[in-house]
Design a protein around this ligand. Structure first.
Ligand code: SAM
Ligand code: DTB
Ligand code: SF4
Length: 344
């Protein structure tokens, strides 16, 4: 493995063996290295906070084996219609009043239908006008759709690789890994920032996790946000009952993402509700600096807002309200807002 440097130029040529060797370091060595990179690129006591809203829940035609929103699995998630622009705006206003600076909307679609595009564009424009950063996750996008959302005021698009290319076919059969790469290209070409990561705890091997990280880090640009989701097992999905991932493997994944993509925001994403405070604290030490805040993710639970507030206070972490983008831009921490109680 090349000599560790905390401030090397971003690389896009990682080999699988190199990433696997990183993941396999003795735990303390990996954490020390990740924390040094984290400290060199970010304010280690600041965590970026996003609010997530499901604007179109359930009834999805895809077969993603982890997902409670796929129509074909009996998970108890009811299919709902696309929310109205007014209803979304009301939720966004409430999030802003609570101090949120980034508002993410998600839809259980394979891809947006033409008839939905203008409605979602109106939502994005309205949320942007409130002064919040906007993010959307709506499935696959054509170039024209990505361009339209950019023009509407979208800042970030979330589209995950989910897993390594060789494991993808075990998890999803209704579209290809290459489709994901195409959408990501459209997103980049539209000038949108990319939010792209994956899920662990799906029964994959460490080699598979290395493959996911390698593919993410070797994208033409490191995604500005890298969500690392721990599988939320939902009864009725094919992955319910999967052997639980060793929590230290999860921390290794966060740490390796931090080392490989030093300037990106690494998001401790789904699965926090089932994590101990100690595990989350280790993840923040290893380089995670972004979370979803609020009672619900899309359909599953997230820690209570009070619990997050208390955890931040215990760790001396403050919410970040300026999202640092890519290399070279120093992140700023602002102490007042969503978790103001924690910062006081
Ligand atoms: N339908 C769109 C798509 O698939 O791109 C957008 C919404 S989809 C729910 C967004 C992401 O949520 C998925 O790519 C996956 O990474 C994550 N996700 C879904 N179900 C999950 C679960 N049970 N546990 C962890 N992450 C999950
Ligand atoms: C991402 O990577 N994780 C979020 C967000 N992007 C949209 C979604 C997690 C969903 C967890 C399952 C659910 O709540 O339905
Ligand atoms: Fe549909 Fe997205 Fe869930 Fe897959 S992850 S079933 S595309 S909502």
């Amino acid at each position: 493995m090349p000599a560790a440097s905390t401030h090397a130029l971003p690389r896009h040529d990682y080999s699988r063996a190199e990433v696997l060797a990183l993941l396999a370091l003795p735990f303390n060595d990996l954490l020390a290295r990740a924390h040094a990179v984290h400290r060199a690129h970010h304010d280690v006591n600041a965590v970026q906070i996003s609010t997530l809203l499901s604007i179109k829940t359930g009834g999805c035609p895809e077969d993603c084996a982890y997902c409670p929103q796929a129509a074909r699995y009996h998970t108890g998630v009811k299919a709902e219609k696309l929310m109205s622009v007014d209803a979304v705006l009301e939720k966004a206003r409430a999030a802003k009043a609570a101090g949120a600076t980034r508002f993410c909307i998600g839809a259980a679609w394979r891809s947006p239908k033409d008839r939905d595009v203008e409605k979602v564009a109106a939502m994005i424009g309205a949320v942007r006008a409130l002064g919040m950063e906007t993010c959307a996750t709506l499935g696959m996008l054509t170039q024209a759709q990505a361009d339209r959302f950019k023009a509407a005021g979208l800042d970030y698009y979330n589209h995950n690789l989910d897993t390594a290319p060789e494991f993808y076919g075990e998890i999803i059969h209704t579209r290809e890994f290459a489709d994901r790469l195409d959408t990501l290209e459209h997103v980049r070409d539209a000038g949108l920032k990319t939010c792209c990561g994956g899920i662990v705890g799906m029964g994959e091997t460490r080699e598979t996790r290395a493959g996911l990280l390698q593919t993410l880090a070797n994208l033409p640009e490191h995604p500005q946000s890298v969500p690392i989701n721990r599988l939320v097992q939902v009864a009725g999905t094919p992955l319910a009952g999967t052997t639980l991932l060793d929590p230290f493997e999860f921390v290794r994944m966060i740490a390796a993402a931090r080392v490989l993509m030093p300037a990106s925001m690494v998001r401790l994403s789904a699965g926090r509700a089932e994590m101990s405070d100690e595990l989350q604290a280790l993840c923040f030490f290893a380089g995670a600096n972004s979370i979803f805040h609020g009672e619900k993710l899309l359909t599953t639970g997230n820690p209570d807002t009070e619990h997050d507030r208390a955890l931040f206070a215990r760790l001396g972490i403050v919410p970040m309200d300026v999202a640092p983008t890519q290399a070279g831009i120093e992140p700023k921490t602002v102490h007042a807002n969503i978790l103001a109680g924690a910062a006081a």
